[in-house]
Design a protein around this ligand. Structure first.
Ligand code: GLA
Length: 409
């Protein structure tokens, strides 16, 4: 009898321990108070793919400061895939000793000394997309290691995840980060497959809504087993998602291709639309080697203010006519950003009669009614005042470009 009672007690104990462990993952809280406006930074992947090392990261941190990007609000330097070496005898991940001979702690110290933050990359599966060690089965060890190194941001990818459920896998790494105790932004990179906008807000701070961006304005790149998407294709895939975004939880239409070879008009349109979407602004070009046009686009204070507006309302596509789109984004202080996007290969004329076109945004509970209120018009890229909403607005939008206005009372 005594024996039976003892084994019953042991069984209850192990059961409690088991369910506590389980509950820990189920009941964790994500790090609140981070990414209250869309995160701004840089990531190595779009330009450098697997060619990352500590020299590139240090030089990029230097360039973020010297180019004026840091002063404009860019903060995160994010190392994407392929930084990894092997796990040590206890399973703790180590950086590639050839690429990162000084180790990760020295690198975070350097980046922090510049007033910037360092991000790193892993994957929920057995291997990353680039074939490096993934975090599956090592989530809590990896989180501890990142915390020890002083990492501030984790992008967590979704390759090689056979048999895993996305929400559960991302909850597990989020719980591991919480347990490790160092606040980190969690960037969910699951490509929108399992509707991360529905469960992502409770788990991380941003979630990719699509597959990878491709460096073109309007094209689809077919890689055989998968496709990557031009700027316009990604833009179209944001339809219906704006209600999921807000302070601390953002739709992520992927890192930018500004400065990677599109025309200046296209780069301006790309940057404007990412700002209208309240998208994370993660530059993907070589910051050490930028044209003055690229710097001017990436650091435009008025456009950044639209992206970083504290209300965090994602913009709305109001109309599409002959490849000319009208987008609006309600801003703090009763202001509105209005963008005319020309997707055509030839210039197009805009004639927008504010009084005849009252705008109601049910989601944001805002109204732009020029019949009731007269707004002053600021042309953001030309830095000129353009009258008021008493008169219809007329302009020509160059091919693959935008006219961006801010309306204020
Ligand atoms: C996936 C991601 C990309 C990048 C690569 C790295 O494709 O979506 O953003 O991180 O993996 O291998």
């Amino acid at each position: 009898m005594k024996k039976l009672l003892l084994s019953l007690a042991a069984l209850t104990l192990s059961f409690t321990a088991f369910s506590q462990g389980n509950n820990y993952v189920q009941n964790y809280k994500k790090f609140e108070g981070l990414a209250m406006t869309p995160p701004m930074g840089w990531n190595s992947w779009n330009k450098f793919a697997c060619n990352v090392d500590e020299k590139l990261i240090r030089e990029t941190a230097d360039a973020m400061v010297s180019s004026g990007m840091k002063a404009a609000g860019y903060e995160y330097i994010n190392i994407d895939d392929c930084w990894h070496g092997d796990r040590d005898s206890l399973g703790f991940i180590q950086p590639d000793p050839k690429r990162f001979p000084s180790g990760m702690k020295a690198l975070t110290d350097y980046v922090h000394s510049k007033g910037l933050k360092l991000g790193i990359y892993s994957d929920a599966g057995s291997q990353t997309c680039g074939g490096r060690p993934g975090s599956r089965g090592y989530e809590f060890q990896d989180a501890q290691q990142y915390a020890k190194w002083g990492i501030d941001y984790l992008k967590y990818d979704w390759c090689n995840t056979e048999g895993l459920k996305a929400e559960g896998a991302y909850k597990t790494i989020a719980a591991a980060l919480q347990r490790a105790g160092r606040p980190m932004v969690l960037s969910i990179c699951e490509w929108g497959t399992d509707k991360p906008w529905e469960w992502g807000p409770a788990v991380g701070h941003l979630w990719r809504t699509t597959g990878d961006i491709y460096n073109c304005f309007d094209c689809v790149k077919d890689h055989g087993t998968w496709k990557s998407w031009g700027v316009m294709q990604i833009l179209d895939k944001q339809e219906g998602l704006r209600q999921y975004a807000g302070p601390g939880h953002w739709n992520d239409p992927d890192m930018m291709e500004v400065g990677n070879g599109m025309t200046v008009n296209e780069d301006r349109a790309h940057f404007t639309m990412w700002s209208m979407l309240a998208a994370p602004l993660i530059a993907g070009n070589d910051l050490r080697n930028m044209s003055k046009e690229t710097i001017a686009i990436l650091t435009d204070k008025e456009v950044l203010a639209i992206n970083q507006d504290k209300l965090g309302i994602q913009g709305l596509r109001l109309s599409v006519k002959d490849s000319l789109e009208t987008w609006v984004k309600p801003l703090d202080g009763g202001k509105w950003a209005v963008t005319f996007l020309n997707r055509a290969k030839n210039p197009q004329k805009v004639n927008f009669d504010w009084k005849k076109t009252p705008i109601t945004d049910d989601f944001a509970k805002r109204e732009l009614n020029a019949g009731k209120t007269t707004y002053k018009i600021r042309n953001v890229w030309t830095k000129k005042s353009q009258g008021t909403t008493k008169k219809a607005f007329e302009a020509t939008v160059p091919a693959h470009d935008v006219v961006l206005l801010v309306l204020s009372e």
